[in-house]
Ligand binder design. Structure first.
Ligand SMILES: [Fe+2]
Length: 394
């Protein structure tokens, strides 16, 4: 008989925005704003979302006349110097991860002024921000579900993490993702895949020091969500990339990426994300590409601490047989992750991002300061990460 304690005595916090999911749920925006008491929304979007007609689709039926603020891709601290001065009482974010992250920063600045750098780090937002509704137009970051915005500062990707930044409502409408170009589907979908995998295999919450944020380690609430997210994304990602009109695949990616965001914003992530943030700041390349380039180094570094679990995940995904031994099954998971990365045409190594052996020191240094990721990595991260980094630079 199995006497393992399935839940444990440790406190678990779990936070999520109120969520509506399904084709057409963006139609609920007017009613949602009404319920939140928002009369003068600021819409944060980008030119691409607008010119693709997705903004109109998301705002269809909205009788209010919103102020529009355009986000940049991969925002940096300086991008927030010219905020609109119109009186607004709520924020609606319509777009991919950069837009949704921008909306969180804008909400903090509108409420408390100052500059974006004032709020970088954990728990630095001094008080409530305006009600925020997030409408994702990609199936990737899951930012609509999370309490963090990623912003570049001095060439390093930094997080602004605060429970006050988690959107109040997420309207997750797969219909808005139908016309996403192939490369965006590939990059954003890979992010969702890594969120699911890293949150599932994150350090157990009983081994993470209590911290003033919900990145508290994988736990009995987050693991089933991560697992479902991983199955949905694994089963639909390549189909969505190959055929954007595959509505079933688009729906699965949309829900999978949202669940992955929900899970990782409570459980935390690990070395792949820490490395990707480091090289993202150095190269300015999109997050999904940096993740792909960091994948092998991060997973291999963690392999000694996660052999059993990688093997179990490989069996769950059907890429290892029940009678494969642990080492073989764990290797099968790594091989499957690399196969998917290559199948969608993402970079294979840090060298593919244009980095070379001389960059190893800075990469490692910038990775070790990714405190929000490192603390939930299954293995203690130290200078020995360099070995994997050097291999990925060859
Ligand atoms: Fe990510």
């Amino acid at each position: 008989m199995d006497h393992r304690d399935p839940v444990g005595a440790r406190r678990i916090a779990f936070a999520t925005p109120e969520t509506e999911f399904g084709e057409g749920v963006a139609d609920r925006l007017p009613e949602t704003l009404d319920r939140l008491g928002v009369d003068a929304p600021l819409v944060v979007t980008d030119r691409g979302v607008e010119s693709a007609g997705v903004l109109d689709a998301a705002l269809d039926g909205l009788e209010l006349d919103p102020t529009v603020y355009y986000a940049t891709t991969e925002p940096s601290v300086e991008d927030f110097e010219n905020l609109p001065d119109a009186e607004v009482d709520g924020v609606v974010a319509v777009g991919g991860g950069s837009c949704l992250d921008t909306a969180k920063v804008v909400a903090a600045l509108l409420a408390h002024r100052g500059t974006a750098s004032d709020y970088l780090g954990v728990g630095r937002v001094p008080g409530p921000v305006a009600p925020t509704v997030a409408i994702p137009t990609t199936s990737g970051t899951g930012s609509q579900a999370t309490q963090t915005a990623v912003v570049s500062y001095d060439g390093v990707k930094r997080g602004m993490s605060d429970e006050l930044l988690r959107p109040d409502v997420a309207l997750v409408d797969p219909a808005l993702t139908r016309d996403l170009p192939r490369d965006v589907t590939a990059r954003s979908g890979f992010d969702a895949f890594v969120h699911a995998l890293e949150s599932l295999t994150a350090r157990d919450h009983t081994r993470v020091e209590p911290r003033p944020i919900n990145y508290q380690g994988a736990n009995p609430i987050t693991r089933p969500i991560s697992r479902r997210a991983l199955e949905l994304v694994h089963g639909s990602y390549e189909r969505a990339v190959a055929d954007g009109d595959d509505r079933e695949a688009r729906r699965a990616m949309s829900l999978g990426s949202h669940l992955a965001g929900t899970a990782f914003s409570n459980a935390g992530l690990g070395a792949v994300h820490a490395l990707a943030s480091s090289v993202g700041g150095m190269t300015g390349r999109p997050h999904g590409e940096c993740l792909a380039a960091s994948l092998t180094a991060g997973l291999r570094y963690n392999l000694p601490s996660r052999r059993e679990q990688y093997a179990a995940v490989a069996r769950t995904l059907g890429v290892a047989a029940a009678d494969d031994d642990t080492d073989e099954a764990a290797e099968a998971l790594l091989a499957e992750c690399e196969r998917i990365r290559d199948a969608v045409g993402l970079p294979e190594s840090l060298a593919d991002l244009g980095l070379g052996p001389d960059d190893a020191d800075v990469i490692v240094e910038n990775t070790l300061i990714q405190e929000r990721r490192i603390k939930t990595n299954p293995r203690d991260v130290g200078e020995d990460l360099r070995e994997e980094v050097v291999r990925a630079l060859e």
